[in-house]
Design a protein around this ligand. Structure first.
Ligand SMILES: [Zn+2]
Length: 311
């Protein structure tokens, strides 16, 4: 195996192809390499000089061998310690950084998502640890971005329900339902955002539409009443009449967002029956992440890694 060139930014390795397990092991062979990556990406470009928060100088930092589990670098002027993991999701964890990086690799290299049970097996950690790792990666690193969709394409909105199956149920679930209401908005040829909501009333879903859809965008929805005010808010609103069994009429359809729902439901459906709202948001983050990164290939892992360092 060739020696790892630690000065080489990982972007230089990016290409259209998949980032394989061999690539990962070559680039991050052990705990020390992962810590060094964090150090360089958070504090020290050259791995040696950093801005000291205590003596406010750009000085040389040395890494001394200590018995601490999470090693630090020390300012050679004043003795202040910098911990590369401080403020990251890794900081208080007793799981090795190498396993954390491997978990992030696994979560960005599957097409259909990965569950805590699989992580437990792959990483050789307890189920509780695997579950917590997946939870933090979904809810912190894969958290959905904000702001409008900007590629100029039409927008589709739709509401749906996910979770606890109710036999024979037709239509929208009642108040006692275990299903969680979810709202999604997607730009054709662009990004998706999906959030759990308390209900699908206009007052709940409109703020999400106003956040994502630029004024005057064309917005496609079904005929549900919550979308009644789109026209008044200045959007070009087109409805597909599902009640009349019409699903596509020229450009008028909501197939993009429905495709996203079916991917998500197929992914989590088999494993996740009683889904709580809080945890469902994590799964939505993960599926939205994968959808939004679908053209990124091997850069997916790199993007997630950089997010872990940017806190
Ligand atoms: Zn200092």
């Amino acid at each position: 195996m060739p020696p790892v060139n630690r000065n080489q930014p990982i972007r230089a390795l990016s290409s259209e192809s998949q980032y394989t397990l061999m690539d990962f092991m070559r680039e991050f062979p052990d705990d020390a390499t992962c810590l060094d990556w964090l150090w360089r990406n958070r504090y020290s470009k050259d791995g040696r000089h950093a801005q000291c928060p205590k003596c406010a100088a750009k000085t040389v930092f040395e890494r001394y061998e200590t018995l601490q589990q999470r090693q630090s670098w020390t300012c050679t002027s004043c003795g202040h310690h910098l911990h590369p993991t401080a403020g990251t999701i890794f900081h208080k964890s007793s799981t090795s950084l190498h396993l954390w990086f491997y978990a992030m690799y696994l979560m960005t290299s599957t097409r259909c998502g990965i569950f805590a049970k699989q992580l437990e097996r792959e990483l050789g950690v307890t189920y509780k640890t695997a579950w917590r790792m997946a939870f933090l990666i979904r809810n912190e690193l894969m958290r959905q971005g904000e702001g409008p969709f900007t590629n100029g394409q039409p927008i589709e909105c739709d509401e749906t329900y996910i979770g606890g199956r109710e036999r024979g149920m037709i239509g929208r679930p009642g108040a006692k339902s275990k299903k969680v209401a979810v709202f999604g908005i997607v730009q054709r040829k662009g990004k998706v955002a999906a959030v759990t909501v308390d209900n699908v009333a206009a007052v709940t879903v409109m703020p999400h539409i106003l956040e994502r859809a630029l004024p005057k965008s064309t917005v496609y929805t079904d005929e549900y009443k919550s979308y009644d005010m789109l026209e008044r808010r200045g959007f070009k609103h087109r409805r597909i009449r599902h009640a009349e069994k019409i699903y596509v009429s020229g450009d008028v359809h909501t197939n993009t967002i429905e495709g996203f729902w079916s991917l998500t439901k197929r992914g989590i459906g088999g494993v996740y029956h009683a889904v709580s709202k809080k945890h469902l948001q994590g799964y939505l983050n993960e599926y939205a992440w994968r959808y939004n990164q679908r053209h990124e290939g091997r850069a997916q892992f790199e993007t997630l890694l950089l997010r872990s360092a940017s806190r």
